[in-house]
Design a protein around this ligand. Structure first.
Ligand SMILES: CC(C)(COP(=O)(O)OP(=O)(O)OC[C@H]1O[C@@H](n2cnc3c(N)ncnc32)[C@H](O)[C@@H]1OP(=O)(O)O)[C@@H](O)C(=O)NCCC(=O)NCCS
Length: 157
């Protein structure tokens, strides 16, 4: 059974570990090497700790299986541990992200997905998201940003 709950500080390692590994699954070969170089395992652990209050986790049998981060009207992160993909956990998380965006007062939600991340794009499209075209996402790293060619996906809530 999937249970959703707000992340706690003690979840930061689990969230960061899933994030580091799943990010590579969805992004390697599809983003600039400059971005891969700075997205180290340690960087994900740090960011998970910093962003824990924006995070909702999905637990399966008491173990964190995936998470979302929502910021205003943006679904910023949707990441599921490899062992839980194809199980429906991701859809439960995305529905919760949409609920949070609506709760923030918005009639539609958006997210960025890299062009070559075919599995994620298929997943979003199946759940009613639409590709609104190409744009450059400014991926933050410290005080700088790295432009990443992405697709902008939108869903009316
Ligand atoms: C994106 C993610 C959250 C989706 O969760 P999931 O459990 O894998 O999603 P599902 O299995 O329900 O759906 C994936 C769909 O892609 C399809 N798919 C699987 N591998 C694929 C591939 N290589 N190319 C295209 N489609 C693929 C699946 O068949 C399924 O479509 P279907 O339902 O029409 O059969 C998960 O794969 C993940 O965490 N990926 C790594 C991190 C990531 O990329 N996050 C998103 C960043 S924007």
């Amino acid at each position: 059974m999937v249970e959703l709950r707000a992340a706690r500080d003690t979840d930061a390692d689990a969230v960061g570990t899933i994030w580091a590994s799943a990010w590579r699954d969805g992004h390697l070969g599809h983003v600039p090497e400059e971005l891969v170089a700075v997205r180290t395992h340690a960087s994900f652990l740090d960011r998970a700790a910093q962003r824990i209050t924006d995070t909702t986790v999905a637990e399966v049998d008491g173990v964190v299986a995936g998470f979302i981060m929502v910021a205003d009207d943006e679904v910023e992160q949707v990441f599921v541990d490899a062992g839980h993909r194809g199980s429906g956990v991701a859809a439960v998380l995305l529905a919760e992200a949409e609920r949070q965006v609506a709760g923030n007062g918005h009639a539609s939600a958006w997210l960025a997905v890299v062009e070559g991340n075919a599995r994620a794009r298929r997943f979003y499209e199946r759940l009613g998201w639409h590709d609104e075209g190409a744009f450059q996402y400014a991926a933050r790293h410290g005080d700088t940003t790295i432009p990443v060619p992405c697709r902008r996906y939108v869903k009316k809530l």
